[in-house]
Design a protein around this ligand. Structure first.
Ligand SMILES: Cc1cc2nc3c(=O)[nH]c(=O)nc-3n(C[C@H](O)[C@H](O)[C@H](O)COP(=O)(O)OP(=O)(O)OC[C@H]3O[C@@H](n4cnc5c(N)ncnc54)[C@H](O)[C@@H]3O)c2cc1C
Length: 378
């Protein structure tokens, strides 16, 4: 059986007990049903770019959707574009196709590793866009009901790095049959998108991206320029996958390891004056067909996990046992925990625990891990 060190971007983790690759929707559903009927823990695997799996491996069934495919549904100047994409499709290949076809609203999500099926699970986001802005509905296998269902955008409960799908796998989920962890109670079979149709991007919503493009926040520029700028910015931060022929250990990660904490305004008021404070928006689009973000919330603000980590004394390249530690903060991005080539899952978890403890001691804020932890606790 393959090991997670070969299945995940962290490149750590032991073997899967059972590993199945599926090539059709029927095969996909049958594999999930069999695992659930046998009572075997199920891990639906995409690109393995948001997973930290224990060195002991996973005593359950791993199912990987091997399908690729984008099906255009309709396209016109008034109604925009709608298209459906199978869960196994590469996320960044979809963004590339969207930019080429003038489907607006995914361009700032260029370069995020993984699959289309996983994208709505944690509502992927970057550079001022979230996938929530373009998802019309998701076709799922409902493991509770044993049936295929369509969940519309408003039923998906999107929020910052979460959704109804992600919440369904939480150990605290009140759903019958819980725990579903480490995969949702609703397995994504395909995602239907609805976007505007234009050669210009959605309005730029991120300062750093606007600066890089020589534009202002709110400007619209050609979609391919946004894609190129985002790929360049991500490359400089080690936030792209590496080319196996040229290993770059800054990229052996799961991207950002901690989410940016959303804290009550009162707690944010107690942080040092120079602590970043960003408005929090409900991710639900104002109108469902627009790739726009929702209303600003008054009760909470988002601060920067990277800033907290640095101010708590952990700088880029930090390792628990010094500069030769097998797991270290990326030398280009404080928020990425990285495997320097020989790390184990335990080394990465030790680093995460140390950083989290330091931030808790200094600021009273508990950082929450973004990747799904399998057999690993912090
Ligand atoms: C270098 C790097 C940069 C990154 N940058 C970003 C970023 O900018 N923004 C961001 O949001 N994320 C980022 N990530 C995290 C990651 O790429 C995303 O979360 C991505 O969506 C994970 O997709 P995956 O297919 O690899 O999922 P996996 O890691 O394989 O799985 C993650 C979870 O999703 C579940 N899942 C997978 N497929 C399905 C399905 N079909 N149905 C139901 N559940 C499913 C799994 O069971 C698991 O619980 C980054 C990661 C890396 C390595």
């Amino acid at each position: 059986m393959p090991a997670f060190e070969d299945l995940t971007t962290f490149r750590v983790g032991g073997a899967a007990e059972t590993y199945l690759e599926v090539h059709s929707e029927d095969e996909f559903i049958a594999a999930i049903q069999t695992a659930d009927q046998d009572g075997a823990p199920l891990l639906v695997l995409g690109g393995g770019s948001n997973l930290l799996v224990a060195d002991e491996g996973f005593a359950g069934t791993v199912v990987k959707d091997m399908r690729q495919g984008i099906t255009p549904i309709s396209q016109d100047a008034c109604g925009g574009a709608s298209f459906e994409v199978v869960a196994g499709h590469s996320w960044d290949d979809l963004v590339q196709a969207a930019v080429a076809n003038d489907w607006v609203g995914l361009e700032a999500l260029s370069g995020i590793p993984g699959t289309v099926g996983a994208a709505p699970v944690q509502n992927i986001g970057a550079y001022g866009q979230e996938v929530a802005g373009a998802v019309a509905s998701v076709r799922v296998w409902d493991r509770l009901k044993g049936a295929v269902r369509t969940l519309t955008a408003s039923e998906l409960g999107f929020d910052y790095r979460t959704s109804r799908l992600k919440r369904s796998m939480s150990v605290t989920s009140q759903l019958p049959g819980a725990p579903w962890y480490p995969s949702p109670a609703y397995v994504v079979l395909s995602v239907a998108f609805q976007t505007r149709l234009a050669s210009l991007s959605a309005p730029i919503a991120y300062n750093e991206l606007a600066r890089h493009l020589g534009a202002e926040v709110g400007d619209r520029v050609p979609g391919d320029q946004v894609r190129a700028a985002v790929l360049e910015l991500r490359g400089k931060k080690g936030m792209l996958l590496d080319d196996p022929a040229h290993p770059d250990h800054d990229r052996w990660s799961a991207g950002s390891f901690f989410t940016n904490p959303i804290v009550p305004v009162e707690l944010a008021g107690q942080l040092p004056a120079d602590a970043p404070r960003y408005p929090v928006r409900s991710a639900r689009p104002a109108i469902t067909t627009a790739p726009s973000l929702g209303e600003v919330r008054e009760d909470v603000v988002k601060t920067s996990a990277a800033w907290l980590i640095e101010q708590a004394g952990f700088s880029k390249g930090y390792g628990v046992i010094g500069p030769d530690s097998p797991a270290r903060l990326s030398s280009r991005h404080t928020l990425a925990l990285t495997n320097r080539g020989m790390a184990t899952a335990r080394d990465i978890a030790d680093l995460a625990r140390t950083v989290r403890h330091g931030v808790q001691e200094r600021f009273g804020i508990t950082l929450e891990p973004e990747p799904v932890l399998v057999g690993v606790s912090l």
